[in-house]
Unconditional design. Structure first.
Length: 461
């Protein structure tokens, strides 16, 4: 039974009873640790504590799947001995991620729960920059020498590694402990026992440096289709491994952050449902205020052309059409370029290629919309649905040319602003949407009324 079906069938207060159902129960419910973690996150804290206590030996595994907010709530309420057992039982990557969320004042208190080995390991990993892969490093790994036989290597693995996600590969090191190859466990199992390790090596491996960023890890996993990568220090000696499940979490967080930023707001620090109302307003209000003040320029532009509007009120009918077309085309271009830069398909050096391509794209798209706009005015006039006056043809031509100009400008602005921001060492995803929206709205009005003043001079104007 799926978790969603269980939530529909059982009330929140009843969900914790699923943890203790025995095989002899009328209906057996088998849940993965991640599903149990989701149930615990949905429960009020008091009930979550009772449900967590019912997990028994599964507590550490389920705890690792909880969001950090709920993890911190639990360890602040659980008995000291239980907290110590959980924190010491976590894998190094999960433990470091949790401890990285503590402030400098809180850290000593929680470090006191760790044994000597885990405390030293955690302190060492926390010393690396926040954006490095240190918080993803899993220190449970096994190394072998290339002169070992396959049979001896298998015995060595059985004795020295636990059954976890880091056990999908083992690593070959030289006499100085430097990494020289990585071999998937399946290759070891499928090889003849008497073969030496150097006989099944391919001589190629990909590794991460402990100082690499999390984004570097995402890119390497995507490029080489690996499920586990070794992490080395400056001397190429093994420090740990990073697994694909942790990297997927990083990629998800990055994509979520970029989507939120491109929507014209600051990215959230925690999931939406866990974000306090005041913090949510704070994250959203900043850019809204900036955009609101910037859009006042639109009113200023309308005021500048007030004389033209008074003479030909019909021009005002097409203002939303013009500026929305420019904004939409700008948003399209900005989205394409930001994503292409994020995937390393484009760099700042490609600006001329992007400009040429987007000018041509803007011209083509503008012509398409311009023709549609022209036909719309002609159709409404001929069918009698609206009377644009004797000079309706000039008005239709004005709207058509304005759409071409505004859409071209929108695509050009949307494609160039992310590149300019990147050149200025700013985050394109954070600022592109507000800049594009403001710039295209204001300049779109200027383009529209300038074309109207030229083409309609002596007729409507």
């Amino acid at each position: 039974m799926k978790l969603r079906e269980l939530k529909d069938k059982f009330r929140p207060s009843e969900m914790k009873s699923l943890f203790t159902r025995s095989v002899s129960s009328p209906e057996v419910v088998v849940l993965h640790a991640s599903d149990k973690a989701k149930i615990i996150e949905d429960l009020p804290l008091e009930e979550a504590l009772r449900a967590f206590a019912d997990l028994g030996d599964e507590q550490v595994e389920v705890f690792s799947y909880l969001e950090i907010v709920r993890q911190r709530e639990l360890i602040d309420e659980l008995p000291v001995a239980r907290v110590s057992a959980i924190l010491n039982g976590l894998s190094s990557d999960d433990r470091t991620t949790l401890f990285a969320s503590f402030s400098d004042e809180e850290l000593p208190r929680y470090l006191a729960f760790l044994n000597h080995e885990n405390k030293g390991e955690t302190n060492e990993l926390l010393d690396y920059p926040e954006k490095s892969i240190a918080t993803l490093v899993h220190t449970s790994f096994v190394t072998v020498r290339e002169d070992m036989s396959v049979a001896d290597a298998i015995l060595h693995l059985r004795k020295n590694i636990k059954d976890n996600e880091a056990a999908d590969a083992f690593f070959v090191v030289d006499k100085e402990g430097r990494l020289i190859d990585d071999i998937p466990v399946r290759k070891l199992v499928l090889s003849e026992p008497e073969l030496k390790i150097h006989e099944i090596m391919d001589g190629f491996f990909v590794s991460l440096s402990i100082t690499d960023s999390k984004q570097d890890a995402v890119e390497k996993f995507m490029e080489y289709d690996r499920i586990i990568l070794p992490v080395v220090d400056e001397e190429e000696k093994m420090m740990g491994v990073v697994t694909v499940d942790d990297v997927m979490d990083v990629a998800e967080e990055r994509d979520t952050r970029e989507m939120q930023q491109f929507g014209g707001m600051e990215s959230l620090d925690v999931p939406y449902v866990d974000t306090p109302f005041a913090r949510l307003i704070q994250k959203r209000a900043g850019w809204l205020i900036i955009l609101f003040i910037s859009e006042m320029l639109t009113a200023s532009a309308m005021g500048y052309f007030s004389a033209e509007i008074e003479k030909a009120v019909v021009l005002a009918l097409f203002v939303p059409l013009i500026i929305s077309s420019g904004g939409n085309s700008g948003s399209q271009a900005a989205t394409l370029i930001i994503r292409a830069m994020a995937l390393k398909e484009l760099s700042i050096r490609d600006w001329w290629y992007v400009m040429r391509r987007e000018v041509l794209s803007g011209l083509t798209l503008g012509l398409i919309l311009g023709i549609i706009g022209f036909l719309r005015i002609a159709a409404w006039q001929s069918l009698g649905w609206y009377n644009y006056g004797a000079d309706w043809l000039l008005l239709a031509i004005t709207v058509a040319f304005s759409l071409v100009g505004v859409v071209m400008w929108g695509t050009l602005s949307g494609s160039m602003i992310p590149i300019i921001l990147k050149k200025c060492r700013l985050d394109p995803a954070t600022s592109s949407a507000p800049f594009v929206a403001t710039l295209v709205d204001v300049t779109g009005l200027i383009i529209y009324f300038s074309i109207a003043a030229t083409l309609l001079h002596g007729s409507l104007l």
